[in-house]
Design a protein around this ligand. Structure first.
Ligand SMILES: [Zn+2]
Length: 317
């Protein structure tokens, strides 16, 4: 049986045909080309589905279901995107628009949630039922799987774990609050902290490593730390402490079997996970060390959203 998973982003519409082993057997990629009316975006999605099916060597009418991961808030039961600032959607019946074009059952869900679901089905958390995924990118995204199902809260706005405050009255966050987890632990926050430390220490190895301040990325401070640079190490230490704090809050709230982190920063491997494991072990509320949350790294990368979306049909009530 084949299902289609769609990662609908602000830049690209990525479509994948997914088989029963959670493997992608055909793909397509079309520019989202915003701003555009929802009808036109639906036309492009339908085109993407056709192309991906062609690559997989199957017919569109042999597809069991189509699932879409979208930025913003989506009502999974109706297929309506309640709100998406990125796409300019407001109470947009994306499911209806696509059903009209493709004739198959359509499921719509928030993109971070479907990515978490993908990791649980075919990625790093395969076989686990209670899992939280935290993605460290431009922001800090969250996806919560409880008992093998996506948890969104009654109004589909849940799992915004990046907007839990870890420092009262702290750094300004894009959401309007101050001191959010996201304002300290996103890749953006790490880059901002790295640049600030460079301005304060003109002798830091970070200047040579980055080449120039405009070329600073999430790796700069880690590379400097490994080269023995004091300012680089200070940036990394502070970053890991905030990240450890936020992740421990997640552990204390959900006590998931597995807590996954994803995003480019995870390429740091043990330099990231070892100190975080120690922090979480030290600070989390756990009465039985034999049954404590396992920290892992996401495995599917960008494919997680496609695999998760393709399998939304499994969650139908
Ligand atoms: Zn916030």
């Amino acid at each position: 049986m084949y299902n289609i998973g769609i990662d609908l982003g602000g830049t690209n519409i990525k479509v994948g045909v997914v088989n029963d082993d959670f493997k992608i057997v055909g793909k397509s990629n079309i520019k989202t080309d915003l701003p555009r009316p929802a009808e036109e975006i639906a036309d492009s999605i339908a085109k993407g589905v056709e192309l991906a099916c062609k690559e997989a060597g199957i017919d569109v009418k042999d597809i069991n279901s189509i699932g879409i991961g979208t930025p913003g808030v989506a009502d999974r039961n109706t297929g309506v995107v309640l709100y998406s600032c990125n796409l300019g959607f407001n109470n947009t019946d994306l499911g209806g628009l696509l059903k009209h074009r493709l004739g198959t059952d359509i499921y719509v869900e928030n993109d971070a949630n479907v990515a978490a679901y993908g990791e649980v089905l075919g990625g790093a958390a395969k076989g686990y039922k209670d899992v939280v995924v935290i993605t460290l990118g431009t922001g800090v995204g969250g996806g919560i799987i409880i008992g093998g199902k996506i948890y969104t809260g009654f109004n589909f706005c849940g799992a915004e774990l990046g907007h839990v405050v870890i420092e009262y009255n702290g750094r300004q966050c894009n959401c309007g609050r101050k001191g959010c987890f996201e304002a300290y632990s996103s890749a953006t926050a790490l880059i901002t902290a790295t640049k600030k430390a460079m301005e304060e220490d003109k002798d830091s190895a970070m200047w040579n490593i980055a080449g120039s301040i405009d070329k600073v990325d999430g790796k700069t401070a880690f590379d400097a730390m490994r080269a023995g640079d004091k300012s680089g190490k200070a940036v990394v230490d502070e970053y890991l402490n905030y990240l450890g704090c936020g992740l421990t809050n997640v552990v204390n709230t959900f006590q998931p079997e597995m807590l996954l982190i994803g995003g480019g920063i995870c390429k740091e491997g043990d330099y990231l996970t070892k100190p975080l494991e120690e922090y979480i072990k030290r600070e989390s509320y756990c009465i039985n060390p034999e049954r404590s949350t396992v920290l892992g790294i996401c495995k599917l990368g960008n494919d997680a959203g496609i695999v998760g979306a393709a399998n939304l049909y499994r969650l139908k009530d």
